[in-house]
Design a binder for this molecule. Structure first.
Ligand SMILES: [Zn+2]
Length: 197
């Protein structure tokens, strides 16, 4: 039988994505075995990550500065924007070393049934970037599932009036698969084989 405080701790771990009851219990018991110093370090890491990490005011990526390091990078191509759902999706693209443009993080994808309507996404800034800068291509790199496809279609219609080239990364990532976990070769191929919409 777990005590009340332990029960609360298990519940908190259980709330995290991918952590079931069993793993949550294991983690909570592990916490009890940690020293004061380790606990303080852990708690501080949680608090300072939450306090210091913000969204880049240009692209929506996580950053500790007002503008993230990718947006600030003078050597990157300014005229190509790769649109991703999540900050985590940037990592596999960066790993390929092939993409030299900039990114835009939507912070989700359209899912009206679950209340994710266009106003919930980081779309206004994307339109501003396309309208104000000399953007020649917008690459849509959304996950290959129903919501990703819906979002890509919506973006295509939204961006059409700007006379910008809109392309979509080639499939290769299986339907229902996840960009975040795709390997470098798959991402490189998907980027190279992108098709204009
Ligand atoms: Zn940025």
């Amino acid at each position: 039988m777990a005590t009340k405080s332990l029960e609360i701790l298990i519940d908190e771990f259980n709330r995290l994505p991918g952590i079931g009851r069993k793993s949550a219990t294991r983690l909570a018991f592990h916490i009890l075995e940690m020293s004061e110093t380790e606990i303080d370090r852990f708690a501080l890491a949680l608090k300072s990550a939450k306090e210091k990490v913000k969204r880049c005011s240009v692209c929506g990526n996580f950053s500790e500065e007002e503008v993230c390091s990718i947006c600030r990078d003078e050597f990157r191509e300014k005229d190509t924007i790769c649109v991703v759902e999540d900050s985590r999706d940037i990592i596999p693209f960066e790993k390929t070393n092939r993409f030299k443009g900039k990114y835009h993080v939507l912070n989700g994808k359209l899912d009206p049934l679950n209340g994710i309507t266009p106003d919930k996404l980081n779309l206004k800034k994307l339109l501003e970037r396309v309208a104000n800068n000399e953007i020649s291509e917008v690459i849509l790199a959304l996950n290959p599932d129903l919501e990703g496809e819906t979002t890509a279609l919506y973006l295509t219609r939204l961006l059409k009036p700007f006379e910008v080239k809109i392309s979509k990364i080639a499939s290769g990532i299986p339907m229902g698969g996840n960009i975040e976990f795709a390997d470098t070769a798959t991402i490189s191929k998907a980027l190279e084989g992108r098709q204009e919409l």
